[in-house]
Design a protein around this ligand. Sequence first.
Ligand code: ATP
Length: 237
Amino acid sequence: MPLLELDRLAVNYGPIKAVRDLSLTVEAGEIVTVLGANGAGKSTSLQAIVGLLPVHHGSICFDGQNIAGQSTERIVRRGLTLTPEGRHIFAPLTVEENLKIGAATRSSAEEVSRQWDQMMELFPILASRKNQLAGTLSGGEQQQLAIARSLMSKPRLLLLDEPSLGLAPQVVELIFDLIGRLRDMGLTILLVEQNVHQALDIADRGYVVSGGTVVLQGTAAELKISPDVQKAYLGHA
Ligand code: ATP
């Protein structure tokens, strides 16, 4: 049984059908990437999965249970969390305060403290800046904070929406290195990315989305050599 299974998901903004009949699966332990042009419906899908947008039809099964229609809080408690595009950290709060907010769904103080220690180990830059205001961090540091904040809820499945957006090449490397380490630690990841090369290098499988639905799917190796992917996303004629 897949850890996450979307079956014919549809999400509308009023009359706009942003996601239509989108089906995909993510197995435990995998990194699955979702590729597609701007406006393809990638962010909309991720927001619907975590209950931030209503599902028009279709199902979202997480760990065997249909979570479509549940509150975001309940979904996060189940072990699914989203690091949104654009980070959305709380700029006027400190690094530490941002991380504590990420743990809001955890009730055991001991668990939160364990998670905090793990974040300080995984993100040394955040450890050294825990009293700094989040808004004064660099873009790469803010992205690390956004991911660490998501991890404070101790997810089993992490949804990452364009984590490398707007970052310098070296910082992009650092973020992808981190994603690899998270997978090695046992986390399952659904990754939306514009950096198609790096996304296919790190992912096990991928889906190409266009017009709100899946138009191509395969292993990362298959997608890398697909003429359609090469033409549209990898800059080959
Ligand atoms: P991007 O990488 O640019 O974010 P995307 O694949 O994530 O692209 P979505 O942001 O999911 O695409 O957008 C899917 C479609 O829904 C687009 O046609 C977009 O214009 C539309 N859309 C997105 N947000 C809204 C909104 N709040 N109201 C109305 N339409 C929206």
